[in-house]
Unconditional design. Sequence first.
Length: 273
Amino acid sequence: MNETGKNGVVTVPRLDEYFHDILPIDQYSGIDSSRNGLQVDRRDQDIRRVAFAVDAALQVFEAALEWNADMLFVHHGLFWGREEVLTGTHYRRIRTLLDNDLALYAVHLPLDAHLSLGNNAGMAEALGLGDVEPFGLIKGIPIGVMGRFAQAVSLEDVLGRLGVEGGDPSRSGAGKAPAPLAVLPFGPDSITTVGLISGGAPLEVDQAIRLGLDLYITGDANHVAYHRCREAGINAIFAGHYATEVWGVQRVAAQLAADTGLETTFIDIPTGL
């Protein structure tokens, strides 16, 4: 798509086609619990402004509506492969979208795995890794990436390149650097090889251990991973689920704006987790 269409507008079906063109959405249908793609439609099919965020939540919806978004593109949507009744929080979220004619589009694992637009690709670029290749199998399909530094770096340098700071993760908020949930300095002081899986993959550290990597980075921490890392002699950074999944939505937003000229924005609402 090289044009915005008539009067700088793209229709919902055409935008859905565009996202399927740039992301392997259907490739993950057998392993991803997320209902990837258009999750909530809108009455007015014309799209002029698309907001991007990690999570589909009321706080995010309110920010998107304040910006006058027509569509919200998220990593974590509202539908996860099971029938859900419209009650409680789920009802309030859906009602907010429908009452305000805000479309919702969600892409989960395909946005983790994409080798140029994905979360892991974004982290790898921020770290300055070379020789980047797929890594981290989930049900036989790679979700993460691995790579190497041209020159060995320290664990502190890696944290700095990721833009995370030490300290209490509860202080996270808009405009504040996130704190990692945990850092396990059990590997070599000089780090060359790194495996990355954004989000919740703490026990996939075993795959990094089998490959003899110096460092493993993911979002969520897990108690069991502590002794596995210590006994295997590998460094690990559990950088926070949110902090490892801000990369993909921002890269897709930039790509969409470049390809179509539509207005985009990233809504940053860190959870500290």
